[in-house]
Design a protein around this ligand. Structure first.
Ligand SMILES: O=C(O)CC1=CCC(=O)O1
Length: 255
Protein backbone atom coordinates (compact mmCIF):
# COMPACT_ATOMS: atom_id res chain seq x y z
CA UNK A 1 0.00 0.00 0.00
CA UNK A 2 1.45 3.35 -1.05
CA UNK A 3 -0.04 6.19 0.98
CA UNK A 4 0.04 9.76 -0.25
CA UNK A 5 2.50 11.62 1.97
CA UNK A 6 4.69 14.68 2.26
CA UNK A 7 7.65 15.87 4.30
CA UNK A 8 8.08 19.31 5.82
CA UNK A 9 10.86 20.66 8.01
CA UNK A 10 14.63 20.24 8.07
CA UNK A 11 15.78 17.15 6.11
CA UNK A 12 18.32 16.13 8.74
CA UNK A 13 16.02 16.52 11.78
CA UNK A 14 14.45 13.55 13.62
CA UNK A 15 11.23 12.37 12.00
CA UNK A 16 7.75 12.65 13.48
CA UNK A 17 4.93 10.95 11.57
CA UNK A 18 1.46 12.52 11.84
CA UNK A 19 -1.64 10.40 11.22
CA UNK A 20 -5.08 11.81 10.28
CA UNK A 21 -8.52 10.79 11.51
CA UNK A 22 -11.26 9.12 9.49
CA UNK A 23 -12.62 11.49 6.85
CA UNK A 24 -9.79 14.03 7.10
CA UNK A 25 -6.54 14.55 5.22
CA UNK A 26 -2.97 15.39 6.12
CA UNK A 27 -4.23 18.99 6.34
CA UNK A 28 -5.66 18.06 9.73
CA UNK A 29 -2.22 18.77 11.19
CA UNK A 30 -1.81 22.29 9.73
CA UNK A 31 -2.34 23.96 13.15
CA UNK A 32 0.69 22.09 14.56
CA UNK A 33 2.95 22.43 11.52
CA UNK A 34 4.79 25.69 12.33
CA UNK A 35 5.69 24.51 15.85
CA UNK A 36 6.73 21.03 14.77
CA UNK A 37 8.75 21.92 11.68
CA UNK A 38 11.06 24.14 13.72
CA UNK A 39 12.54 20.98 15.30
CA UNK A 40 11.24 17.97 13.38
CA UNK A 41 11.16 16.52 9.91
CA UNK A 42 7.40 16.07 9.71
CA UNK A 43 5.99 13.20 7.65
CA UNK A 44 2.24 13.47 7.10
CA UNK A 45 0.19 10.87 5.24
CA UNK A 46 -3.33 10.45 3.90
CA UNK A 47 -5.54 7.45 4.63
CA UNK A 48 -6.42 5.32 1.56
CA UNK A 49 -8.75 7.16 -0.82
CA UNK A 50 -8.65 10.27 1.37
CA UNK A 51 -6.92 13.52 0.32
CA UNK A 52 -4.19 12.72 -2.22
CA UNK A 53 -4.33 8.92 -1.61
CA UNK A 54 -7.20 8.42 -4.02
CA UNK A 55 -5.05 6.27 -6.28
CA UNK A 56 -3.33 4.33 -3.49
CA UNK A 57 -2.15 0.99 -4.74
CA UNK A 58 -2.72 -2.27 -2.90
CA UNK A 59 -6.01 -1.07 -1.41
CA UNK A 60 -8.46 -3.84 -0.52
CA UNK A 61 -11.98 -3.98 0.85
CA UNK A 62 -10.84 -5.91 3.93
CA UNK A 63 -8.68 -3.10 5.21
CA UNK A 64 -7.42 -3.37 8.81
CA UNK A 65 -5.71 -0.88 11.10
CA UNK A 66 -2.70 -3.19 10.97
CA UNK A 67 -2.63 -2.80 7.16
CA UNK A 68 -2.49 0.96 7.67
CA UNK A 69 0.39 0.52 10.12
CA UNK A 70 2.10 -1.56 7.42
CA UNK A 71 1.56 1.32 5.00
CA UNK A 72 3.30 3.73 7.39
CA UNK A 73 6.19 1.29 7.90
CA UNK A 74 6.51 1.07 4.10
CA UNK A 75 6.90 4.86 4.00
CA UNK A 76 9.60 4.74 6.68
CA UNK A 77 11.42 2.01 4.74
CA UNK A 78 11.10 3.86 1.44
CA UNK A 79 12.67 6.99 2.93
CA UNK A 80 15.32 5.19 5.02
CA UNK A 81 13.88 6.25 8.37
CA UNK A 82 14.90 3.74 11.02
CA UNK A 83 12.98 5.19 13.99
CA UNK A 84 10.42 7.97 14.30
CA UNK A 85 8.07 9.57 16.76
CA UNK A 86 4.40 9.21 15.90
CA UNK A 87 1.32 11.30 16.67
CA UNK A 88 -2.14 10.44 15.41
CA UNK A 89 -5.72 11.59 15.80
CA UNK A 90 -8.50 9.01 16.23
CA UNK A 91 -8.04 6.37 13.47
CA UNK A 92 -4.58 7.88 13.01
CA UNK A 93 -3.99 7.27 16.72
CA UNK A 94 -5.10 3.66 16.37
CA UNK A 95 -2.51 3.30 13.61
CA UNK A 96 0.06 4.63 16.09
CA UNK A 97 -0.90 2.05 18.70
CA UNK A 98 -0.73 -0.70 16.06
CA UNK A 99 2.70 0.55 14.97
CA UNK A 100 3.99 0.63 18.55
CA UNK A 101 2.85 -2.99 18.98
CA UNK A 102 4.14 -4.22 15.62
CA UNK A 103 7.45 -2.35 15.41
CA UNK A 104 8.40 -1.27 18.95
CA UNK A 105 12.00 -0.58 17.98
CA UNK A 106 10.92 1.96 15.35
CA UNK A 107 8.46 4.06 17.37
CA UNK A 108 10.48 6.22 19.72
CA UNK A 109 7.63 8.25 21.16
CA UNK A 110 3.85 8.21 20.78
CA UNK A 111 1.04 10.77 21.00
CA UNK A 112 -2.49 9.34 20.92
CA UNK A 113 -5.06 12.09 20.34
CA UNK A 114 -8.81 11.57 20.68
CA UNK A 115 -8.50 7.87 20.04
CA UNK A 116 -9.35 4.53 21.56
CA UNK A 117 -8.29 0.92 21.99
CA UNK A 118 -11.75 0.04 20.62
CA UNK A 119 -14.09 2.44 18.83
CA UNK A 120 -17.74 1.63 19.57
CA UNK A 121 -19.48 -1.45 18.26
CA UNK A 122 -18.64 -3.33 15.09
CA UNK A 123 -22.30 -3.08 14.02
CA UNK A 124 -22.30 0.72 14.20
CA UNK A 125 -19.23 0.87 11.92
CA UNK A 126 -20.69 -1.67 9.48
CA UNK A 127 -23.90 0.40 9.33
CA UNK A 128 -21.97 3.59 8.64
CA UNK A 129 -19.91 1.84 5.96
CA UNK A 130 -23.09 0.57 4.27
CA UNK A 131 -24.66 4.06 4.34
CA UNK A 132 -21.58 5.67 2.80
CA UNK A 133 -21.25 2.97 0.14
CA UNK A 134 -24.89 3.62 -0.80
CA UNK A 135 -25.14 7.41 -0.48
CA UNK A 136 -21.63 8.88 -0.13
CA UNK A 137 -20.37 11.01 2.76
CA UNK A 138 -22.89 13.88 2.47
CA UNK A 139 -25.48 12.27 4.82
CA UNK A 140 -22.76 12.19 7.52
CA UNK A 141 -21.94 15.89 7.49
CA UNK A 142 -24.23 17.31 10.18
CA UNK A 143 -23.72 14.48 12.69
CA UNK A 144 -19.98 14.67 12.07
CA UNK A 145 -19.95 18.42 12.71
CA UNK A 146 -21.40 17.68 16.17
CA UNK A 147 -18.82 14.99 16.92
CA UNK A 148 -15.79 16.87 15.64
CA UNK A 149 -16.41 20.34 17.09
CA UNK A 150 -18.14 22.08 19.94
CA UNK A 151 -21.02 24.33 18.80
CA UNK A 152 -19.97 27.49 16.97
CA UNK A 153 -16.39 26.47 16.08
CA UNK A 154 -15.74 28.97 13.27
CA UNK A 155 -13.46 26.87 11.03
CA UNK A 156 -15.63 23.71 10.87
CA UNK A 157 -16.40 23.89 7.12
CA UNK A 158 -12.74 23.67 6.20
CA UNK A 159 -12.47 20.28 7.89
CA UNK A 160 -15.92 19.06 6.84
CA UNK A 161 -14.82 19.72 3.24
CA UNK A 162 -12.16 17.04 3.77
CA UNK A 163 -14.97 14.59 4.59
CA UNK A 164 -16.96 15.76 1.55
CA UNK A 165 -13.86 15.07 -0.57
CA UNK A 166 -13.19 11.55 0.77
CA UNK A 167 -13.90 8.75 -1.65
CA UNK A 168 -16.90 6.77 -0.26
CA UNK A 169 -15.28 3.37 -0.76
CA UNK A 170 -12.13 4.52 1.04
CA UNK A 171 -14.11 6.00 3.91
CA UNK A 172 -16.22 2.81 4.17
CA UNK A 173 -13.12 0.62 4.14
CA UNK A 174 -11.70 2.63 7.06
CA UNK A 175 -15.02 2.07 8.91
CA UNK A 176 -14.57 -1.66 8.30
CA UNK A 177 -11.05 -1.41 9.74
CA UNK A 178 -12.40 0.36 12.84
CA UNK A 179 -15.12 -2.30 13.25
CA UNK A 180 -12.54 -5.03 13.94
CA UNK A 181 -9.95 -2.95 15.80
CA UNK A 182 -9.59 -3.97 19.43
CA UNK A 183 -6.25 -3.80 21.25
CA UNK A 184 -7.61 -3.47 24.79
CA UNK A 185 -5.79 -6.61 25.92
CA UNK A 186 -2.48 -5.59 24.32
CA UNK A 187 -1.97 -2.09 25.73
CA UNK A 188 0.52 -3.35 28.31
CA UNK A 189 2.88 -4.32 25.46
CA UNK A 190 3.30 -0.72 24.21
CA UNK A 191 6.84 0.36 25.09
CA UNK A 192 6.93 3.88 23.67
CA UNK A 193 6.56 6.79 26.11
CA UNK A 194 3.01 7.91 25.36
CA UNK A 195 1.02 11.12 25.70
CA UNK A 196 -2.74 10.52 25.59
CA UNK A 197 -4.88 13.53 24.70
CA UNK A 198 -8.68 13.70 24.98
CA UNK A 199 -11.20 16.41 24.17
CA UNK A 200 -13.28 17.08 27.29
CA UNK A 201 -16.45 17.31 25.14
CA UNK A 202 -15.64 14.55 22.64
CA UNK A 203 -18.72 12.36 22.08
CA UNK A 204 -16.86 9.93 19.75
CA UNK A 205 -13.88 8.98 21.93
CA UNK A 206 -14.70 10.59 25.28
CA UNK A 207 -12.15 10.99 28.08
CA UNK A 208 -13.18 7.55 29.44
CA UNK A 209 -11.58 6.01 26.30
CA UNK A 210 -8.40 8.00 26.92
CA UNK A 211 -8.36 6.75 30.51
CA UNK A 212 -8.38 3.13 29.26
CA UNK A 213 -5.34 3.92 27.10
CA UNK A 214 -3.58 5.80 29.89
CA UNK A 215 -4.21 3.04 32.41
CA UNK A 216 -3.24 0.22 30.03
CA UNK A 217 -0.07 1.62 28.43
CA UNK A 218 2.80 1.43 30.94
CA UNK A 219 4.41 4.85 30.44
CA UNK A 220 1.74 7.49 29.86
CA UNK A 221 0.64 10.99 30.62
CA UNK A 222 -2.97 12.07 30.11
CA UNK A 223 -4.15 15.50 29.02
CA UNK A 224 -7.85 16.37 28.84
CA UNK A 225 -8.31 19.46 26.66
CA UNK A 226 -11.13 21.75 27.83
CA UNK A 227 -13.53 23.28 25.31
CA UNK A 228 -12.82 20.71 22.61
CA UNK A 229 -14.69 17.85 20.96
CA UNK A 230 -13.21 15.07 18.76
CA UNK A 231 -10.79 17.20 16.74
CA UNK A 232 -9.24 18.71 19.87
CA UNK A 233 -5.90 19.39 18.14
CA UNK A 234 -7.77 21.61 15.67
CA UNK A 235 -10.13 23.25 18.12
CA UNK A 236 -7.60 23.96 20.89
CA UNK A 237 -4.12 24.03 19.30
CA UNK A 238 -3.21 26.53 22.02
CA UNK A 239 -3.45 23.67 24.55
CA UNK A 240 -2.65 20.61 22.42
CA UNK A 241 0.37 21.85 20.44
CA UNK A 242 2.66 22.78 23.37
CA UNK A 243 1.84 19.45 25.06
CA UNK A 244 2.69 17.52 21.89
CA UNK A 245 5.95 19.37 21.22
CA UNK A 246 7.01 19.03 24.87
CA UNK A 247 6.32 15.28 24.82
CA UNK A 248 8.11 14.71 21.53
CA UNK A 249 11.11 16.74 22.60
CA UNK A 250 11.58 15.20 26.03
CA UNK A 251 10.30 11.64 25.60
CA UNK A 252 12.17 10.24 22.57
CA UNK A 253 13.48 6.75 23.29
CA UNK A 254 15.24 4.40 20.94
CA UNK A 255 15.72 0.70 21.67
O1 LIG B 1 -17.02 9.27 13.74
C1 LIG B 1 -16.10 10.09 13.66
O2 LIG B 1 -15.99 10.91 12.75
C2 LIG B 1 -15.07 10.03 14.74
C3 LIG B 1 -14.00 9.08 14.43
C4 LIG B 1 -13.87 7.80 14.85
C5 LIG B 1 -12.65 7.24 14.31
C6 LIG B 1 -12.10 8.40 13.59
O3 LIG B 1 -11.01 8.45 13.01
O4 LIG B 1 -12.95 9.45 13.67
Amino acid sequence: MILNHRFDGPPDAPVVVLGPSLGTTLGLWEPQLPALTSTWRVLRYDLPCHGGSRAASGFTRDLTVDDLAGGVLALLDRHGVEAAAYAGVSLGGAVGTALALRAPDRIASLVLCCTSARFGTADSWRERAALVRAEGTEPLIEATRGRWFTPGFPDAERYLDMLRGADPEGYAACCDALAVFDVRDRLGEVRAPTLVIAGADDPATPPSHAEVLAEGIPETELLVVPGAAHLATVERPDVATPAITEHLTTRWRTA
